[in-house]
Design a protein around this ligand. Structure first.
Ligand SMILES: NC(=O)c1ccc[n+]([C@@H]2O[C@H](COP(=O)([O-])OP(=O)(O)OC[C@H]3O[C@@H](n4cnc5c(N)ncnc54)[C@H](OP(=O)(O)O)[C@@H]3O)[C@@H](O)[C@H]2O)c1
Length: 167
């Protein structure tokens, strides 16, 4: 079982992640950072997050591993897994970085196996229906980096905050 997964997410002031299977805010600078981190590596997403991608297609230039309990689910270009055992089997020998890319249920499921979290904090509060655990209050995790607030071209402030598991 790997313990070196990297969680990557954007969250608002309440740790909100999304609403109606969409991001709360599309921040172009952050989407570019997400693409730069994950490109040529492996991402794990839940079935709902996969279906929130453009045309419901896996992201190009990386291995997309999708969790679903639906044994008949197919998605060309993605690797489908149905439980943690199948997931471990799929990623155990992967040499690159493994990013946990949401949504809420997949972050919850895989946080115990993450060693790092790369968070984009959005300085605003949205009406959200999915949330990330508050990493500032989670025992066993500590903040290792907090960037300055930046103005996005999308009209919100955001900053990058990194966390690491300490136990
Ligand atoms: N802010 C961010 O960084 C960020 C990142 C990603 C997503 N999001 C947002 O998060 C929201 C989606 O989150 P969500 O929690 O509703 O959905 P999700 O985690 O993307 O997908 C949930 C689905 O994953 C499958 N799944 C979950 N746990 C599983 C397990 N243990 N074994 C097998 N399959 C499992 C199930 O698929 P089946 O129903 O097919 O069985 C489940 O319905 C959206 O609004 C999205 O935009 C935000």
């Amino acid at each position: 079982m790997r313990k070196d997964l990297i969680l990557i997410a954007s969250a608002d002031r309440n740790w909100g992640l999304g609403k109606d299977n969409k991001l709360l805010k599309r921040i172009p600078e952050d989407l570019k950072r997400f693409a730069d981190f994950t490109r040529d590596n492996l991402i794990i997403v839940g079935r709902k997050t996969l279906e929130s991608f453009k045309d419901k297609k896996p992201l190009p230039d990386r291995i997309n591993v999708v969790l679903t309990r639906d044994k008949s689910y197919t998605c060309p270009g993605a690797v489908i897994v149905h439980d943690l055992d199948e997931l471990w089997n799929e990623i155990k020998d992967y040499q690159g970085k493994v990013f946990v890319c949401g949504g809420e249920s997949v972050y919850r499921l895989l946080l115990p196996y993450c060693s790092k979290a790369l968070i984009t904090r959005i300085d605003d509060t949205f009406d959200a229906d999915t949330f990330l655990v508050n990493l500032d209050e989670l025992p066993g995790w500590e903040k290792t980096y907090e960037g300055a607030w930046q103005e996005s071209s999308a009209g919100v402030r955001f900053r990058y905050v990194d966390y690491e598991k300490i136990d």
